[in-house]
Design a protein around this ligand. Structure first.
Ligand code: ADP
Length: 495
């Protein structure tokens, strides 16, 4: 173990984690806890912000205990979080006025339709890099102001504050002294002008949001204040905040334009570093802040797939074709190909680059010979084909990558990594530490507190566990991919 230590709080959608890293980026202690999901209506998803805070404190204590260190041995703490999820609370009491509205929540779909036509959407994209979609914070915040009794009046009177989860945790850690966010989280709200790096009055007027609610926006590595000694036994500096996917971009040391990371958990998020020039996507990818350091913004292009590992959960829980996700590796490798079977896992519509919420899933190409092996393999292949959809779109918008850095639970599957390399025709690199999101937050905190001198120093800490290079002939893979595109065309709601 090499002191000093860095604490990363990784506040995710279904669980909160805390990890203590040493200066080499090795995990020296970790703890994790799930929390309740509330589904008050179809397509509504809420969290209890108070419960999240209690859980975060508990896992921080657990991680320090596991590492065998005290909070006084921390050089600093970095927070990374589920993005877009919206909390409003009372400035004086710290009490949330309502459950947090989670990024997955679709309650503002009608509002989005009412607010925007194609021209509006182009205007919003030009300022924010995003789409007019319930996914982002602005319409969630508007919903709270319009639906919680007295909320709008209290907001206008300056009694309430808004934050994404990073801001909420920071507020609680500092005993209400600091109301701030970082540029990567701000860039997911639809209220932040990514070119001017500030809250945008026209956007605030458009969404009818009182500016008094908003946190101050700081760099990703910055002085975010000091955590109260009461929480973990000693005060420590909060030195970084970053949205989860941008955290992974940093944790994967993708610091050069054209470098890409892709995270394969329940869904898949692919993020490319764009350097200092934001590119507007023609394929409905999102332009977003990758990270901002010393006031200089590095932009990123992002595409997401809703269902990646979730398709494997579906094979296990709904179809009961497997008992455990890792079995899929052996099953997929036991056959040469799927015999033309494709599985399109559009359970909740299709994400980038299609953005087709009405599309639904299908298994195509079934014959009498189709068995469990073909379907299992088709499910794994679907994640790889969808990644090629994204890499194709990103290449057309900006830069064709030469390597993909992967992480997330699904990439422990070697077969997936090697098929991915074959489909993409580029190298797929898997790092030693796949907790890249938390690692990114820790790196940023280390940068701020002088543990690391530069991004170059951090890049040198990135170690490859394994490299997967394309092996199967390009022509064969192109044929297979054409079959995938045909399958997607059959499930789309409109063409
Ligand atoms: P999240 O952070 O979204 O909860 P994780 O990064 O923990 O996700 O990854 C879990 C997902 O990865 C699950 O959906 C699971 O089905 C999938 N998964 C885990 N191990 C494997 C494996 N060996 N092969 C295929 N999928 C896997």
């Amino acid at each position: 173990m090499a002191a000093p230590f860095l604490l990363a709080i990784d506040q995710g959608t279904t669980s909160s984690r805390a990890i203590v890293f040493d200066r080499e980026g090795r995990v020296v202690g970790a703890d994790q806890r799930e929390f309740n999901q509330y589904f008050p209506r179809e397509a509504w998803v809420e969290h209890d912000a108070g419960e999240i805070w209690e859980g975060v404190l508990a896992v921080c204590r657990g991680a320090l205990a596991a590492a065998g260190i005290g909070a006084d041995e921390l050089a600093g703490c970095g927070i990374t979080n589920q993005r877009e999820t919206t909390v409003v609370w009372d400035r004086h009491t710290g009490e949330p006025i309502h459950h947090a509205i989670v990024w997955q929540d679709r309650r503002t779909a009608d509002l989005c339709r009412r607010l925007g036509d194609a021209d509006t959407e182009a205007w919003l994209q030009a300022k924010t890099g995003l789409l007019l979609d319930p996914y982002f914070s602005a319409t969630k915040l508007r919903w709270l102001l319009d639906n919680v009794p007295d909320a709008r009046r209290r907001a206008e009177a300056g009694e309430l504050v808004f934050g994404t989860i990073d801001t909420w945790l920071l507020w609680r850690l500092t005993g209400g002294r600091v109301h701030a966010t970082d540029a990567s989280n701000a860039s997911r709200t639809l209220l932040f002008n990514i070119h001017e790096q500030r809250w945008d009055e026209e956007l605030l007027a458009f969404f009818d949001i009182p500016p008094q609610l908003l946190p101050e926006v700081r760099d990703n590595a910055a002085d975010f204040g000091t955590a109260d000694a009461a929480h973990l036994g000693a005060p420590f500096p909060i030195a970084a905040m970053v949205g989860d996917q941008q955290g992974a971009l940093v944790g994967q040391a993708c610091f050069e334009a054209g470098m890409v990371k892709s995270t394969y958990g329940t869904g898949c998020f692919l993020v490319m570093n764009l350097g200092e020039a934001p590119v507007a996507s023609r394929h409905r990818l999102l332009t977003t802040v990758g990270y901002r350091l010393d006031g200089r913004t590095t932009y990123a292009l992002e595409g997401s797939i809703f269902v990646a590992g979730a398709a494997i959960q579906w094979l296990r829980d709904a179809l009961r074709l497997i008992e455990q996700a890792p079995e899929t590796e052996r099953i997929a490798a036991s056959i040469e190909h799927t015999d033309g079977v494709y599985l399109v896992p559009a359970f909740t519509g299709l994400g980038a680059p299609y953005w087709d919420p009405e599309a639904r899933g299908a298994i195509l190409g079934l014959t009498r010979d189709t068995g469990i092996e073909q379907i299992v393999r088709a499910a794994l292949e679907s994640t790889c084909y969808q990644t090629r959809d994204l890499v194709g779109a990103i290449g057309d918008d900006a830069i064709t990558p030469t390597e993909l850095r992967v992480d997330g639970g699904m990439v422990s599957n070697d077969w997936v990594c090697s098929f991915l390399a074959d489909v993409l025709r580029i190298d797929v690199a898997r790092p030693g530490v796949i907790e890249t999101t938390a690692l990114g937050a820790a790196y940023l905190a280390g940068l701020q507190t002088g543990v690391y001198g530069s991004l170059d120093e951090i890049a040198r800490l990135w170690h490859r566990d394994r490299l997967f290079s394309p092996r199967r002939p390009a022509a064969e893979m192109d044929d297979l991919y054409r079959g995938w595109m045909d399958a997607v065309a059959r499930v789309r709601s409109k063409l």
